[in-house]
Each structure stands twice: as C-alpha cells, then as structure tokens.
Design a protein around this ligand. Sequence first.
Ligand code: PRT
Ligand code: ZN
Length: 298
Amino acid sequence: MNKKRIKIAIQKSGRLADHSSDLLKKCGLVVSRNKGQLIGYAENMPFDLLFVRDDDIPSLVKDNLADLGIVGLNVVLEKQFEYTNSTQKELFSIEEYLDFGQCRLSFAYPEVGDIQSLDQLANKKVATSYPFIVSDYLERENFDVEVIKFSGALELAPSLGSADAICDLVSSGRTLRVHNLNEGESILESTAVVIKSQNILDPFKQEWIRKLLERISGVLQVRESKYVMMHAPRNSIDKITELIPGTESPTIIPLEGTDETVALHVVCKEDVFWETLENLKQEGASSILVVPVEKMLV
Ligand code: PRT
Ligand code: ZN
C-alpha cells in the first residue's frame, strides 16, 4: 500500500454510493475502477477510493486504514458511542455536512394501540438499529424504556410482538405509513458527512486533504449559487444589492455612453426567485440575467 496516497472510504452500493462518487468527481477526481473492484485509483490526484459497507466506514477511519470517509451522521454517532461509550471523546473529526442522505431518527408507534408517545412507553420495549443513540437519549430524558437491537425489517417488530414501538430512520415517511405506524418524537436530524482521521501527520497528505475539503465546500456552495447580471441606475446600486439574497459586494462596470446606468454583476449564494427579479425591475434594473455557476473557490 502506497503510504503517500490518501484513502477515502465510501459506500459501495446504497443510498449514499452514487452521491459520494459524484461529489468526488465534481472535485476533480478521475477514478478508474473495474466493476466489482473494491478499490478505485484516482489517475490525476493521490487519492484511492475504498468501496465498503457504510457501517464499516467509521472503524476504517478510526483505525487509520482510511484517511477520510463519507457516511451518514447517524452511523458516525452510533459507532462513536459503541467505541467510546460517550459523545465527548472524538475518534474522527466531522469536516463537512453534505447535502444528501438527509433523514431523521424517529420513534414510531402502531396506529392501533394506546401508546402514541414516549411518556406512555415506560417499562415497555423499543426496537432499533441504533441502540446506543436511542439509549443515550432515553437516559438523558429520564425515560425508563427497554431498548432492543434489531437489524432489518424493523417496521415488523411491533406486529411480531417483539416491541411496543420502534426508533428508525425516516425520510418520506412512506415506510411507516405502509406498516401502519405513526411517527412520533424525532431524536436526530441526519445527513451524510465527511469524517477525517485524527492521526494524519504527513504534511503531503495534510495538504491534499485540505485541498479536497476546500473543493468539497466549493461544490456545496455552487449547487445553489447563481451569477446575476443586469443594467442598473447608478443611484440604486445599494438598494438593488440588498434585494439579492446572500451576496457579497457587486462588481460595477461602467456602460459606454451613459453615466447614470451601470452594469452590475454579483454572485448570489441562494436560488433567485421570480419575485426577486420583479423587485429588482421595480428599482430600475433591466436586462436581468441569472446563470448557474459551474465552479467556485472562495
Ligand atoms: O449495504 P450498506 O450497509 O452499505 O447500506 P445500508 O443498507 O446500511 O444503508 P442505506 O444505503 O439504506 O443507507 C445509507 C444511509 O443513508 C443511512 O445510514 C442514512 O444516513 C441515509 N438515509 C437517508 C437513509 C434513509 N434516508 C432512509 N430512508 N437510510 C435508510 N432509510 C430507510 C429507513 O431505515 C426505512 O427503512 O428507508 C426507510 C424509510 O424511508 P421512507 O422514505 O419510507 O421514510
Ligand atoms: Zn449499513
């Protein structure tokens, strides 16, 4: 194994797999990998990708077998508890919160039945794949509930008689509805995150990781960003800039043959809605163009 190459562990297949590969591709990594191969090599940068199950990513990073990992915050926190019995002692640092893999960890109760909230769950059983996170929450909130670790087909636990409630990941809520379960208290909002090993001492590796994280942050900013161009009356520049959300100082360009009107260009870090354009027009702006931004480094 080449010690100078940075290893990034990502999910092999599943909800985060394509998003993770796309993100790294947008950061400039050109990866060659034959189908079924568990390692991919970036041709143009010193990065190797390890394709693994998401549950294995935190331990690979903890044990220094991978330098970086892309994985759900839910898995990171569960493993952190499992390894250390606390949220305090950090085994890896969370470097970036990503814009995919969003879900929440929620309690859910059978539609038919008296138990519809945590107060009614005292001395009863909850089934979950996240026993550490759930037990910690129940302990902190002083609920006396038995936690049962259940992996796979969690939604069936109440109807099988194994538990009175479940605590599972929810995104659209469809799975719960199909299984006649009501969503109750949410205890964690999760998203995919980038984690980094705490033991990277090599300056070469440190520098490339810094560069990659900066590019990831650039990709995230770009997704919503727009470049806005317009003609504007010189005396409305301040008002117009205020109307465009999430902007820094605009670039003002003089126009040939007039002193009163200028061209105003600005990067807007949020989506620009029709209402904003109508308001800009009211302030005297004309020829307004909104175009997507391809890359950004701030
Ligand atoms: O094989 P491997 O172990 O790598 O994959 P996996 O099957 O363990 O994980 P995978 O691919 O299902 O999920 C990976 C990560 O995606 C999770 O750890 C979360 O961080 C994130 N994520 C986002 C979700 C969901 N949304 C989600 N809805 N993970 C699971 N679900 C499941 C949930 O458990 C329930 O069964 O989807 C169902 C609910 O979905 P809705 O839309 O019906 O509410
Ligand atoms: Zn998994």
